[in-house]
Design a binder for this molecule. Structure first.
Ligand code: ASP
Length: 282
């Protein structure tokens, strides 16, 4: 990580925070804010979501994303889409326009197109850095930790006390075609519940699915009365126990923020009262 590269990441994080915060200044909801922030991150080639997403073993991009609204418990997601420019927008459309929670594959792409979500050619997502990562991963026939992460997400609490969460990813380099991770799965890669907190997670998806990670944070607060920080830390302990890495961002109903991770670093930031804080390392 050169200083110049670090600056690019920091600038991208601030841009996402600004986009989310601008929503609140214009009277928008927490759902509007998390979607606005994630769109910026999906459009930034640095992260593994939207443009800049990793390649799977078939040399393609299959993108997963989801949103959840803590006020109503409604949620929407898309899995393994190949042509949606901003998968988070398709996820929101699933929530708002269908009776379903998750749509997958070519039919999800078609649904998004018909819903008016911007579409792109599959090579729009490709970057040279991710192509090199695929070559390296194929040589080793597995993804390395450094290439594993880069999933993006956002959580927010608005002035009405409504919480929302969004997560978007390309999965991980050299994953099998058709593989779906935790990111579009309510309870694993994200959760939002106005009575407790909103969570968005990143890490080894199979472990996050097995641990039902995001909902574990919510359940600990709800049933055990744990604080957000304690619940988030204990939930991640289960990821460690599974031998995996990852992290999460979360905000509770009182506005406490927790961003724990069990990996080398995690690109993260928060905005409060028009002030932005970003960090990468411990
Ligand atoms: N959780 C994502 C997945 O498994 C990858 C990541 O967050 O790095 O699809």
């Amino acid at each position: 990580m050169t200083p110049r590269r670090e600056r690019r990441y920091r600038d991208a994080l601030v841009a996402a925070l600004r986009a989310g915060y601008a929503v609140f200044e214009n009277g928008g909801s927490s759902m509007d804010a998390v979607v606005a922030a994630v769109v910026v991150l999906e459009d930034t080639p640095l992260f593994n979501a939207g443009r800049g997403a990793v390649f799977n073993a078939a040399g393609e991009h299959e993108l997963d994303a989801a949103v959840m609204d803590g006020a109503t418990g409604r949620a929407g997601g898309v899995a393994a889409v190949k042509r949606v420019k901003n998968p988070v927008l398709a996820a929101r459309a699933v929530m708002e326009l269908t009776p379903h929670v998750l749509l997958a594959g070519a039919a999800a792409d078609r649904f998004a197109r018909d819903a008016g979500v911007p579409m792109v050619a599959p090579n729009y997502f490709s970057t040279r850095a991710r192509a090199r990562a695929l070559v390296r991963a194929r040589a080793r026939s597995r993804a390395s930790a450094a290439e594993l992460h880069g999933t993006v997400g956002a959580v927010a609490l608005d002035g009405c006390g409504n919480l929302a969460a969004a997560t978007s990813t390309g999965g991980y380099t050299n994953k099998m075609a058709g593989r779906v991770g935790d990111s579009p799965l309510v309870g694993a890669g994200l959760y939002a519940d106005n009575a407790t907190c909103a969570v968005s997670a990143t890490g080894h998806g199979e472990s996050f699915i097995r641990a039902v990670l995001a909902h574990d944070v919510v359940a600990r607060m709800r049933y055990r009365g744990e604080t957000l920080a304690l619940a988030a830390g204990r939930a991640l302990d289960r990821i460690v126990a599974l031998g995996a890495e990852g992290g999460l961002i979360a905000v509770d109903r009182a506005g406490h923020v927790a961003m724990p991770f069990v990996s080398e670093g995690m690109y993260r930031g928060h905005a409060r009262g028009g002030r932005y804080t970003v960090a990468i390392h411990r």
